[in-house]
Design a binder for this molecule. Structure first.
Ligand code: DQA
Length: 145
């Protein structure tokens, strides 16, 4: 089983960026958590972060034939990107959405998730632990397919 774990804009600045919202752990801590979780679960993983919408679309398209499922935190593109939604629908792989913060309790403009419309599950407000939960959920989901 192989998963793509994709992260959108500004997540490379974890630890520096609004720590009261996103925590003090940096992006390296996030990639370590994802790699450790996948190693323990016997999952191959490719982790990718970009600040560019088109690069994320390209990466989602490249999952076809390469990955069995996608964990994605599109960050700000969650609330704006029909292109990311369409890419997820195009590849039609099971996808799980993650948000470090609890977006449901934040600004009105964060209340729409386009990417979430193509996802089988969303984790929010759990900090980096949400990624671990998403990987475990996707593993079970794929096994049940
Ligand atoms: C985020 C929430 C988004 O609203 C925000 O734009 C982000 C991060 C999260 O992980 O909580 O960049 O996706």
């Amino acid at each position: 089983m192989k998963l793509f774990v994709l992260n959108g804009p500004n997540l490379n600045l974890l630890g520096v960026r609004e720590p009261e919202l996103y925590g003090k752990q940096n992006y390296a801590a996030l990639t370590a958590l994802v790699e450790d979780t996948c190693r323990q679960e016997g999952i191959d993983v490719e982790i990718f972060q970009s600040n560019h919408e088109g690069a994320l679309v390209d990466k989602i398209q490249s999952a076809l034939g390469q990955a069995d499922g996608i964990v994605i935190n599109p960050a700000a593109y969650t609330h704006t990107s029909v292109a990311i939604l369409d890419a997820l629908k195009a590849v039609a792989l099971p996808a799980v959405e993650v948000h470090i913060s609890d977006v449901s309790k934040r600004e009105d403009f964060r209340q729409v998730s386009y990417a979430g419309m193509a996802c089988v599950k969303t984790y929010m407000g759990l900090g980096l632990e949400g990624y671990r939960q998403a990987i475990l959920y996707l593993k079970d989901y794929l096994k049940g397919q």
